[in-house]
Design a protein around this ligand. Structure first.
Ligand SMILES: [Zn+2]
Length: 70
């Protein structure tokens, strides 16, 4: 796996913590540890966030926008 891809995925994981809090998921970007299956998802640029993770992230991003931008 390309280092740059792994580094980007790690940065996205940490950004996920900024939006979702300190917890981890059983699958996808927010897993605590990644395995070969996750590496395959990374090469497809797939984040595999759960629906609750996506809803929470979108809600927090919307709440963080200034009122004029909504
Ligand atoms: Zn983490």
């Amino acid at each position: 796996m390309a280092f740059e891809l792994l580094l980007g995925y790690a940065a996205a994981h940490e950004a996920g913590h900024c939006l979702l809090g300190p917890g981890h998921s059983n699958s996808g970007l927010m897993r605590a540890t990644w395995n070969r299956k996750d590496a395959e998802a990374m090469t497809r640029m797939s984040l595999n966030l759960t629906k609750p993770e996506v809803r929470t992230a979108l809600a927090r991003l919307a709440a963080a926008q200034p009122a004029a931008a909504r």
